[in-house]
Design a binder for this molecule. Sequence first.
Ligand code: GTP
Ligand code: MG
Length: 390
Amino acid sequence: MGLFSKLTDSLSKTRKGFVEKIFDAFTGKEIDDDLYDELEELLIQGDVGVNTAVDLVERLREREKTDKLKYAEQLRDALVDEIAKIMGDEVATLDLSDDTLNIILMVGVNGVGKTTSIGKLAYLLKQQGHKVILGAGDTFRAAAAEQLKVWGDRVGCDVISHQEGADPAAVVFDAIAAAKSRKCDVLIVDTAGRLQNKSNLMNELSKMRKVIDREAPGCLKEVLLVLDATTGQNAISQAKIFGDATGVTGVILTKLDGTAKGGVVIGIRSEFDLPVKLIGTGEAIDNLEYFDAKAFGEALFAGEDSLKDKVEDAVDEIRAELADVIEDVQEDLETLQADITEEVQDTLEDLQDTLEEVQEKAEEAQEKVEEKVDEAKKRKKGFFGWGGRK
Ligand SMILES: Nc1nc2c(ncn2[C@@H]2O[C@H](COP(=O)(O)OP(=O)(O)OP(=O)(O)O)[C@@H](O)[C@H]2O)c(=O)[nH]1
Ligand SMILES: [Mg+2]
């Protein structure tokens, strides 16, 4: 299955729950304030965020005026356009350098998919030729390091870990040393998603950053905020909190496969300066992709036809119907022709029969006449022979 179809597949819930609802609202209606209200409501429900929903409706009201739109279906095409403008058309990349160690820090609240995404990212980078090592910076949760080791085994890369409850900054210190001595060019560090409170979490993250700045200056290339798409609006508020406090450079949006809330990508894109760099589309090792805005937009609206497509489809349908009618008429004509030919043939045959009969009758009559003539001749002969003239 190609990348595009895999993405299309994983966005099927969003398409059904969000895109189709919006497009249904546009069917067979006139453009009026009620339609705009309904659309705004649906966009908010689809988790694009209130500001983005309001912004999109504003853009559409403008488009209605400038493009002189009349029908709801035309507005729908304009919506697809405007969303594409928000999404842009670049394909995300990670900001990695060829000459230094590249450190990637994964942050985000518990359960969003940090550890899983590290495993998948390690696999992706290994495929691209990088030598990857992992640091188990989540020392808060008992099974966290074990979970990362399972991923390390699966991908085939080393994992540096300490005991549960150890200082994560010390893990980072050791992981940097190991990365250098083992000549790895990428170190991905896992972090805890849950601590006693938010300020503890933020302090711990900044302590880890300090160690990186001291031990490997300039090597922290990405701080990736992992957000769970299924949480919709929560993901957007987490982006606000983490983005301000931890110097986040980009977002990994996970679990897009299991949610109808894929519209959240549009919200993150339009409301923050944060690029969505990677998206998680399943639990398997290869279910992580660089975010391709255009492919995402196309996959989101895959199967949803524009007004132009609809007109073209209708014309095609009429053409096909006409062709059917012509074919039927042709068939009827052929049958008619065959019927007539058969009838003419029958009539000809009948005529022939009649002719033959007439002929027979004529022959019979002839024979009879001849017989009569013969008889008469004989009688005449007898008459003269019997006492006739001497
Ligand atoms: N369907 C789906 N599930 C995912 C995806 N990414 C992660 N998960 C699942 O989400 C659950 C939590 O993932 P983890 O990687 O443990 O999350 P975490 O952020 O490390 O959680 P903590 O360590 O508790 O902070 C696991 O069951 C993963 O399999 C995804 O893209 N799609
Ligand atoms: Mg984890």
